[in-house]
Design a protein around this ligand. Structure first.
Ligand code: ZN
Length: 215
């Protein structure tokens, strides 16, 4: 009888442990799927041991997250905008580090590149390198022969990703009005991204100083 009582209490312990695990979604979310599966397998094994009523102490958690190496090397981020990953693909805690790294490198503007010429309405057209001066945010992908927006790459919200300058790239070289259209008005997606860029660049000390001045 004592034995069945022990089993019941072990099950209770197991269930409460399971609950505790499910109540910490932030930890669960940070563990990659593969490791989640490994952990679940591990719990099943523990359960078998508990059912056999051999109350062995639980081994300490091997902390699988800490063992996992970062999935990229910040000094090896691809420079060409046609080869970059969206910022959202990087782990949330690394996204600002990736942004900072790209800002230090600056927009990718290969002035000396032989820009690809293509026929648009029976005329040979190509990217005009003067646009690099007029629109400091513009980048050119040598890999894809299209143009992107540096500011929007770094700070555009997910829902604005449909624009050519952010996804896929722009290459209707005969329509240079598209450049001003991309910038748009005060409330445009590009200007919102530019504002986030500017705020990101403000040193924290400056904000504190402003707060002090207001007192
Ligand atoms: Zn933009």
């Amino acid at each position: 009888m004592k034995r069945s009582g022990d089993i019941a209490s072990l099950f209770q312990k197991y269930e409460s442990k399971k609950k505790a695990c499910s109540q910490s979604p932030s930890v669960a979310a940070a563990v990659p799927e593969e490791q989640m599966e490994e952990q679940e397998d591990g719990q099943d094994q523990d359960r078998v041991i508990e059912e056999n009523a051999t109350p062995t102490p639980m081994p300490p958690n091997p902390a699988p997250i800490a063992q996992k190496e970062p999935i990229y090397d910040i000094s090896r981020l691809p420079l060409d905008p046609g080869e970059r990953q969206p910022i959202a693909n990087y782990p949330v805690n690394d996204q600002d580090a990736v942004r900072r790294s790209y800002i230090i490198k600056g927009p990718f503007q290969p002035y000396a590149h032989q820009f690809e010429s293509r026929k648009i309405r029976n005329r040979d057209r190509q990217f005009n390198p003067m646009w690099f001066y007029k629109y400091p945010w513009i980048e050119y992908s040598i890999k894809k022969e299209v143009a992107f927006c540096f500011v929007c790459y770094l700070f555009a919200k997910e829902k604005t990703k449909k624009y050519a300058f952010i996804e896929g790239g722009w290459r209707t070289w005969n329509r240079n009005d598209k450049l001003d259209l991309h910038v748009g008005g005060v409330t445009s997606a590009h200007n919102a991204a530019q504002e986030r860029y500017n705020l990101f660049m403000v040193p924290h000390g400056t904000i504190d100083d402003k707060i002090c001045e207001c007192r």
